[in-house]
Write a protein that binds this ligand. Sequence first.
Ligand SMILES: Cc1cc2nc3c(=O)[nH]c(=O)nc-3n(C[C@H](O)[C@H](O)[C@H](O)COP(=O)(O)O)c2cc1C
Length: 185
Amino acid sequence: MMKVLAFFGGARKNGNTMAMLNYLLDQLEGEKEIINCYSLKVSPCTDCRYCFKHRACSIKDEMVEIYRKVDEADIIIFASPVYIFGVPGPMKVMLDRFQMFWSGVIRGDQPETFTKKGAFLMSGGGPLFENQFTGGGLTLSDALVICNAKKVGEVLMDDADIVKNLDQRPEIKEKLEELAILLTK
Ligand SMILES: Cc1cc2nc3c(=O)[nH]c(=O)nc-3n(C[C@H](O)[C@H](O)[C@H](O)COP(=O)(O)O)c2cc1C
């Protein structure tokens, strides 16, 4: 059975970002899990470089479980609001710990081809403006590559502070439906 692992980055559990994530997940078959980054007890990367030599992190916290879940997943989804042009702090703290995966380049155990599929969803408060999603989007695109997931798409919801409800955004729903197809085919 397909394993879908979603990381949720926002502070509000029932906001625009979670609405998008739930809508997408409803259309995917398989075993699905959402990890809420705000609930994780994960320390920041210390750049100790233990992972240059070991496929593990020197800090033994909840990341141990996350590494295992990422390894076992077929599809990785990141869903996050934009906070000051980037992803919220707790999600960034967790993503920095993905350095353990990145260090496969140095260890030489990085698979040669993508072994997973992935995508990200973001919401931003203001109407679309230049670079609104650039910072967070680069972080999440890179996080997908780092955990060996081929990015098949992204869905961005601008103007989320004014138009609150996903039901009022049929164009976003349509993009999420298209993304679900790309993730499964
Ligand atoms: C700390 C903070 C920083 C924010 N920074 C930005 C920003 O840089 N650009 C933007 O478009 N929206 C920004 N917003 C607005 C949120 O991205 C927007 O309200 C989003 O839809 C919230 O997602 P949610 O409904 O899932 O909670 C910020 C909100 C907060 C709380």
